[in-house]
Design a protein around this ligand. Structure first.
Ligand code: TRP
Ligand code: MN
Length: 476
C-alpha cells in the first residue's frame, strides 16, 4: 500500500451532485484512498514504510468496531439536534492512554457523562445525544514536529497510537505496532461501554449511584442529589402506574456513541468498509469522526477522506475562518444537505466567540445548511498558570459557552451542544469550579498526557451551568 500514489495528482472539480448507489450517496471521485493524492498535515514520520503498510494491512483484515446502522442512528439523532429539538453532549478524554486502561477509568468517565446527560435532559426537556471522545481518541496534532528537551530536539509526542510520551528520543520514534494496539484497546473499551450502557448500569433507577465519592460531598454533588431525588419521585410515580425501568428499554438503556479526531488517515482508511445494507462507505473505527483545527484545509487530505464516508462528521471551527470558507466546507462535506451529517464545533475563545461566531451562523443559516452547532469551550482557552502548568479556568470555559449561546440567540439559531474534555478522576488540571481548584493545587493530581480536563465535580457543575444558561436565555 503506497503512502502516496504519484499517478493520482489530478482530480476533477468536485462540484455537482454525488452518485446514488442503492440508498447510499457515494461521493464523486472518492475512494477510501483518494486522500493520498492530497497534502496530509500532521502525519507522523514513520521510520519504515514497510512496517506501516504491514500494520495497516492487519487492520484492514480485522472486524469493524462499529456497525454502519449505528452511525446512521447517531446521524438521525443529530438531525434532531440540527432542527433544534435535541442537545449534543460530546465529552471525554483529550487523549486516551495505553497505560490508564482499566475498567475503573472507563466506568468513571461514563458515570460523569451519564450524570451530565441526566442534568441536561431533565433541565432542558429535550433528548440529549451522548457521544464520547472515547474508544479511539488517541492521536494528537502538535504545533511543532519536535520538542526541545535539554539541548536535544526530539520528535513531539503524538499520542499513544503513534509514540510514547517519555521525553527521550527513543520513546518518541513512531511505532506502527501502536496502530494495532489502539484498535484492540478501542475494541475492549467499546465492549465495556456497550456492557455498561445496555446491561443495567445506566438504568434511570440508578441515578443516585452514578455519583462519585469525591463528588458527593461537594456543592454540585448536593445539587445533583436534589435533582436525582426528583427523578426518583417521578419514577416511583411511573412504577405505581405500571411502568418500571427494568422492563422499559428507553429507561433501562442509553446510547453512548464513540468519536475521535480522524487524524491518522492510514488508520481510518484501513477501517473503512462498505455497508452490506446500503453499499455505502463507512469509517468503522467510530460512530462519529471529526477534523481538527490544524487539518481542516479544504484541499487537504482530511477533508477529502471524510467527505466520502457515510458517518456523521464534525469539523472544528476557529477564529481564523470566515463565512466563505465555512460555506465551502459545508458544500464539500455535506453537498446533499443531509441533516445531522455535519457538526461544526466552534472553538474561538471566551472573548471572541460571540462576535466571531455570528457571521458564520448567519451565513450557514441563510445558505440552508442543516448543521449541528456545538461549542468546544476548552481549546481556545488554554493558558500556562503561574505555577507553569497548562490549564483552563472553569469561569472562562463557562463564559465561552455563554458567548456561544448569546450568538445563537442573536441569530435565531440553535446552540446545539457542547464538546468538552473531562475525566471521572479527581484530577486538578483545570482551575475553578464551585468547589474551586486553586492555581497552587494544580500539581496535586495533574495527570493528563495532553490538555487539562475537567474533573467530575467541574463537569457536573458545567452541566448545571449550561442548563441555567439555556433557561435564562429563554431557549428552553
Ligand atoms: N434512554 C434515555 C436517554 O438516553 C433515558 C435514560 C436512561 C438516560 N438512562 C439514562 C438519560 C442515563 C441520561 C442518563 O435519554
Ligand atoms: Mn485537547
Amino acid at each position: 500500500m503506497p503512502r502516496r500514489s504519484p499517478g493520482h495528482r489530478s482530480f476533477s472539480p468536485r462540484t455537482g451532485g454525488d452518485r446514488l448507489v442503492g440508498s447510499a450517496a457515494v461521493a464523486r471521485d472518492w475512494t477510501p484512498g483518494s486522500w493520498r493524492a492530497r497534502p496530509a498535515a500532521q502525519q507522523p514520520d514513520w521510520p519504515d514504510e514497510g512496517d506501516l503498510d504491514r500494520a495497516l494491512k492487519v487492520l484492514s483484515s480485522y472486524p469493524p468496531l462499529v456497525f454502519a446502522g449505528e452511525a446512521r442512528s447517531l446521524q438521525a439523532s443529530l438531525a434532531k439536534v440540527s432542527a433544534g429539538n435535541a442537545f449534543l453532549l460530546q465529552a471525554g478524554d483529550c487523549a486516551e492512554s495505553f497505560e490508564e486502561f482499566t475498567a475503573n477509568n472507563i466506568r468513571e468517565k461514563l458515570r460523569v457523562i451519564l450524570q451530565m446527560a441526566v442534568v441536561l435532559t431533565y433541565s432542558l426537556g429535550v433528548p440529549v445525544v451522548k457521544v464520547g471522545r472515547i474508544a479511539g481518541q488517541f492521536a494528537k496534532p502538535r504545533s511543532a514536529p519536535t520538542e526541545r528537551i535539554g539541548d536535544e530536539d526530539i520528535p513531539s509526542f503524538r499520542g499513544h497510537i503513534v509514540n510514547d510520551a517519555a521525553p527521550t528520543a527513543a520513546a518518541r520514534i513512531p511505532d506502527p505496532e501502536r496502530l494495532v494496539h489502539a484498535y484492540h484497546q478501542s475494541a475492549s473499551t467499546l465492549n465495556l461501554v456497550r456492557a455498561f450502557t445496555k446491561g443495567g448500569f445506566a438504568d434511570l433507577g440508578r441515578v443516585h449511584e452514578w455519583t462519585l465519592e469525591f463528588v458527593a460531598s461537594s456543592p454540585e454533588g448536593r445539587r445533583y442529589e436534589r435533582l436525582a431525588a426528583e427523578i426518583e419521585r417521578a419514577l416511583k410515580f411511573m412504577r405505581a402506574c405500571g411502568v418500571d425501568t427494568e422492563s422499559t428499554t428507553t429507561l433501562h438503556e442509553v446510547d453512548v456513541y464513540t468519536s475521535h479526531e480522524a487524524l491518522l488517515l492510514g488508520y481510518e482508511e484501513s477501517l473503512t468498509r462498505t455497508d452490506s445494507l446500503t453499499g455505502g462507505w463507512y469509517d468503522c473505527s467510530a460512530h462519529m469522526l471529526w477534523i481538527g483545527e490544524r487539518t481542516r484545509q479544504l484541499d487537504g487530505a482530511h477533508v477529502e477522506f471524510l467527505r466520502g464516508v457515510g458517518n456523521p462528521i464534525g469539523c472544528k471551527v476557529g477564529l481564523a475562518t470566515d463565512p466563505t470558507w465555512v460555506l465551502e466546507l459545508c458544500e464539500l462535506l455535506n453537498p446533499n444537505r443531509i441533516p445531522g451529517r455535519l457538526t461544526l464545533i466552534a472553538r474561538m475563545g471566551a472573548d471572541h466567540v460571540e462576535d466571531g461566531l455570528r457571521p458564520l451562523l448567519a451565513a450557514v443559516r441563510d445558505a440552508g445548511h442543516p448543521v449541528v452547532w456545538a461549542c468546544d469551550p476548552m481549546h481556545a482557552n488554554t493558558y500556562t498558570s503561574a505555577s507553569g502548568r497548562k490549564t483552563r479556568d472553569f469561569a472562562t470555559i463557562e463564559r465561552e459557552i455563554a458567548g456561544f449561546v448569546a450568538a445563537h440567540r442573536a441569530e435565531g439559531t440553535w446552540p446545539g451542544g457542547i464538546h468538552v474534555e473531562l475525566t471521572g478522576d479527581n484530577v486538578t488540571e483545570c482551575v475553578g469550579g464551585a468547589d474551586a481548584v486553586l492555581d497552587e493545587q494544580l500539581p496535586d493530581a495533574y495527570h493528563t498526557m495532553c490538555d487539562p480536563r475537567l474533573n467530575g465535580r467541574q463537569s457536573l457543575d458545567l452541566a448545571f451551568g449550561v442548563a441555567e444558561l439555556m433557561r435564562t436565555s429563554g431557549l428552553v
